[in-house]
Ligand binder design. Structure first.
Ligand SMILES: [Zn+2]
Length: 54
């Protein structure tokens, strides 16, 4: 059995202070999913749009 070195780093960090980002789930519109991330330290907001690949 091979040891998998899969590192699932899904945790994004604030580009400003490097704090943790809170992920807010939003309802998907069509094939795109909007995700809002808010820093718990400085309140920096990061919005990302992810495409669902089917
Ligand atoms: Zn921050």
């Amino acid at each position: 059995m091979a040891d998998s070195q899969h590192k699932q780093v899904r945790t994004m960090r604030c580009p400003k202070c490097g704090g943790r980002l809170r992920t807010k789930k939003t309802q998907p519109k069509g094939t795109t999913t909007k995700r809002r991330r808010v820093c718990v330290q400085c309140g920096y907001r990061v919005s990302t749009v992810e495409r669902e690949m089917i």
